[in-house]
Design a protein around this ligand. Structure first.
Ligand SMILES: NC(=O)C1=CN([C@@H]2O[C@H](COP(=O)(O)OP(=O)(O)OC[C@H]3O[C@@H](n4cnc5c(N)ncnc54)[C@H](OP(=O)(O)O)[C@@H]3O)[C@@H](O)[C@H]2O)[C@H](O)CC1
Ligand SMILES: [K+]
Length: 445
């Protein structure tokens, strides 16, 4: 199921537009938090850390529900509640409230309700140290909405943040749940449906629905991927193999020198034209080196193109791509080389890049994003860090080129490719080399 992602501002608007009262939303949030804890543990000692805002309010509500479920609950508050909702939630808790400090005793279950979307600055050093200590001593840690210390829209860590076992996002995911470095601190991320309308163009990329292959179809129906080789054969060979293994009907490689070790099914030729009507998608860039004329050549083709690696560095001006049908797959350095310094969070940068070139941009990294010029933004679910090895990007561009050649729309093909690549990495294990990814591709027919 696709999970939507709301920014801080969108979240506040959705809260205000909700059909029920904010108090009811908080009640549902606290109840969902208690439910999440009870799902993971039999009744035992719980410590709830409560902040002064509504995140703290959720904590008082959760404490009440957990106690009703037989948990032995303590609350340690940073300060008295400030918001009306949090005051009400505090009043409805008739147990003791400790003052949070250096001497607060740990418990096996820790619930962090210090700050959520309202965090406005780093935690004080002493508070951050107390939070780290209590999290280290707990056996199960859960963050309410967001781990305290994380900026909602950018995913930045404003102070030291523990690595939680579980984060329960309220109403919808926030960008920080799927952006680095924050995402690695969230643990498993579940979403509690508290009854707000979470409509957005931003979402977590989910398992794709691939176009079915027609049983009577021929190889061109399954897609002809045309690759242009450059100076270094290894990278384009990986991309070609990935294209073939992800279900392309036909993979053809234009190369002046035959590349050894490629399966015979990959046709290598030094003849041919990028004007061939049967081409489903062109792929240029892996191992291209310093041959910018290949970009000029590719842009004469009336067909979809994937530009990866060196091709991105050699485009020169992003506006050159306007009017063409291109998917770009830059990592951080390549994005900067083509678009220069762009202000804002990674999400902002991805969207500005897509706008400027009027094409789909796959902004790679530990937190890969897929941006469309119309504002759609897909956030990759977490993938193994073992993917940060040479050649894995060539495999990704090969997969995406195949999906595009098979007739998927550019944005859908890019999102699907990113999802498939991440799952292949999970199957390949750690450590992995790029070739293992190809062997571990799931069934894509
Ligand atoms: N999304 C929903 O539909 C619902 C969300 N709920 C929960 O509410 C929080 C957001 O609540 P909010 O009150 O806006 O914000 P926080 O609780 O995160 O924190 C705000 C208070 O914390 C103070 N603050 C901020 N940063 C610090 C800091 N570093 N050190 C100390 N104090 C800090 C802030 O004070 P200011 O001086 O900045 O004004 C506020 O007092 C959301 O995350 C959900 O958990 C509700 O349950 C309703 C439904
Ligand atoms: K929190």
């Amino acid at each position: 199921m696709t999970r939507t992602i709301l920014t801080l501002e969108q979240m506040r608007e959705a809260e205000q537009a909700a059909e029920c009262s904010l108090g009811e939303l908080m009640e549902r949030a606290g109840e969902a938090l208690a439910e999440a804890v009870a799902l993971g543990s039999a009744p035992r000692a719980v410590l709830v850390l409560a902040g002064p805002g509504n995140n703290g309010g959720d904590g008082y509500v959760a404490a009440r529900h957990l106690r009703d479920r037989g948990f032995d609950v303590r609350i340690a508050a940073l300060a008295d509640p400030k918001s009306d909702l949090a005051v009400d939630a505090r009043t409805a808790w008739d147990g003791e409230v400790e003052r949070l400090g250096d001497d607060t005793k740990p418990a096996p279950i820790l619930i962090d309700c210090l700050f959520g979307t309202g965090l406005s600055r780093p935690l004080d050093d002493a508070l951050a140290a107390t939070l780290m200590r209590l999290a280290e001593r707990a056996e199960f840690t859960i963050a309410c909405d967001l781990p305290s210390g994380i900026e909602t829209d950018s995913g930045a860590l404003l102070s030291d943040v523990p690595e939680y076992d579980l984060t329960l996002a309220l109403g919808a995911l926030k960008p920080a749940h799927r952006l680095s470095p924050a995402m690695r601190h969230c643990g498993q991320v579940a979403v509690a449906d508290i009854g707000i309308d979470a409509a957005s163009d931003w979402f977590e990329i989910a398992e794709p629905v691939l176009p079915p292959a027609r049983p009577e179809g021929h190889k061109y129906d399954r897609g002809l991927v045309q690759l242009l080789a450059g100076e270094m054969p290894g990278a384009i060979a990986l991309a070609a193999k990935a294209a073939a293994r992800s279900g392309a009907g036909y993979v053809r490689l234009f190369t002046s020198q035959p590349i050894e070790g490629l399966p015979d099914a990959i046709v290598q030729t030094d003849q041919g034209s990028v004007q061939d009507e049967r081409i489903g998608c062109l792929l240029v860039g892996p191992g291209m080196g310093d041959i910018p004329v290949l970009i000029t050549l590719a842009l004469t083709a009336p067909k979809p193109i994937v530009f990866d690696a060196d091709a991105i560095r050699h485009v020169g001006d992003p506006e050159r791509l306007v009017g063409h049908d291109v998917i770009l797959t830059p990592h951080e350095g390549e994005l900067k080389a083509l678009f220069g310094d762009i202000e804002g969070s990674k999400a902002d940068r991805a969207l500005v890049a897509a706008q400027r070139c009027q094409n789909v941009v796959v902004y790679k990294g530990a937190d890969t994003l897929v941006a469309a010029p119309d504002g759609r933004l897909g956030f990759a679910p977490p993938a193994p860090s073992a993917l940060a090895t040479a050649g894995t990007g060539d495999v990704l561009s090969g997969i995406i080129a195949t999906l595009r050649a098979r007739g998927m729309d550019a944005f859908e093909a890019a999102c699907a490719g990113v999802w498939i690549h991440g799952r292949a990495a999970e199957r390949a294990g750690d450590p992995l080399i790029a070739d293992d990814l190809i062997a571990a591709l799931p069934d894509l027919t």
